[in-house]
Design a protein around this ligand. Sequence first.
Ligand code: PLP
Length: 515
Amino acid sequence: MKAKKSLEIANLIKDETFDMDPEEIRQIGYQSVDLMVDYFKNICKGPILTNKTFKQIKKLIIEPLPTNEQSPASIISECQKKIIDNSVKIGHPRLLGWIVASGTVIGTFADAIASAINQNVALSRVAMATSIELLVIEWIKEILDYDSNAAGILLSGGSMANFTALAVARNSKADYNVKTQGMNQISKNMILYVSEQVHMCIPKAANILGIGTNNIRNVKVDQDYRLDIKDLKAKIIKDQNHHRYPFAVVATAGTVNTGAIDPLNDIADICQDYNLWLHVDAAYGGFASLSKNVKKLLKGLNRANSIALDPHKWLFIPYEAGCVLVKNPTDMLDTFFMHADYLHVKTTESISNGYLDLSDYSLQLSRQFRALKIWMSLKQYGTLKYERVINQNIHLAQYLEALVEESPDFQVITPANLSIICFRYIPKDLKQKYQRMYHNKQKQINKYVNQLNQAIIEKIVKDSQILLSSTVLNGIFVLRVCVVNYRTTKQDIKDILMIVREIGQITDKKLRKKF
Ligand SMILES: Cc1ncc(COP(=O)(O)O)c(C=O)c1O
């Protein structure tokens, strides 16, 4: 008699599983926790970057696709030796380049817990994780004094938050239905206004959203690198007169180069007068609202139609954590909602309880439980401790500015704005000459000092005892310090200046001969 098909198939099933018994799990946990504790214990020591080249790093880890099993203990040891020991020491007190924050310790463990329970925060049926995210969004709105009815969602970072906000701005402001017609029905070019200092993720988003980088107007900045209101207005009027369609302004609360805060209230007035969408990129400066001193500088932020934020900056949340807020939830829903029978199973209970599927508010469907690390960090420290740490970061930048100002061989290029300061090393004799010269005669010295500071930053990165970044402002190559770090101390700031001076003196001796 022929064997039953079900029996044949049943014989193929050998009860394979990835599951582990509790004791094995505990061992992975202990070993991983030891590794993390060691990492945090030694975070202030040693070079910040690995001394290996990218090529050497790639060579160190190259191996064939694993086919056989390996013990977790040996994998974690390998991780420690190869990966941890060659990773960038983010969180090192002297890592003050870019806007890279030290992450909270509790956030680290929150990520592990979130992965253990592996919630997919897409649908309201994942009720607890969705509710925690909604609570965190409520807290963020409260920090910013933003409209309590606004909608929001957590995303990977500032770039995705800006992209999401601009998608909503485009769909809401278009004079036809972009959702159904795409950008094909456009009769007038939709024009977006940004400052010359805008973060590059904005033109990136404009490209992907079909707005096109040619339809971005780079508004001039004033001497403090803040968006110039007069130029904004002039550009809007010019575009209107040419039958184009001005639709949105991006203002920045804390620019990436100098930490400048655009005049948000004035920009909000213009947006109101010309019926434009106001989006504020507050990825860096937004959470400085936790400081009462800074909050005054952010006046007008709460008038924005949308705001992009980065909890992985000044909330000190481990990567990745971004957030977008949109004042009118319907705008967000209209942009992102797409019905799918396999998802939108509306039960009587879900409708009557006002359940909310967060996947209807962004491009992502599956999303990790990012809210847990924000919830835990805010609970551990509370807003008062956050305020003290953010103020301390700002004071450290001001302290560096004062030290630079008092030095005969340094020059402040932009003063401390929030916690960013731009300066340069300029040998004492050249500084004296520079100060006596007229502006047009300073060019020659600038050319050399640019070259000198470029060489200094290369040496800084190579030595890796401190890590600053650099940028170019009005043709001047500057060293840039950004303090978003709860470990940095006054001594670190003093030492940084001393190290830059030492490197500057040696480099100047080598380079000056050729000048
Ligand atoms: C002002 C500003 N906007 C946007 C971004 C991009 O944020 P993310 O790196 O989280 O995508 C940054 C990053 O530093 C920033 O400073």
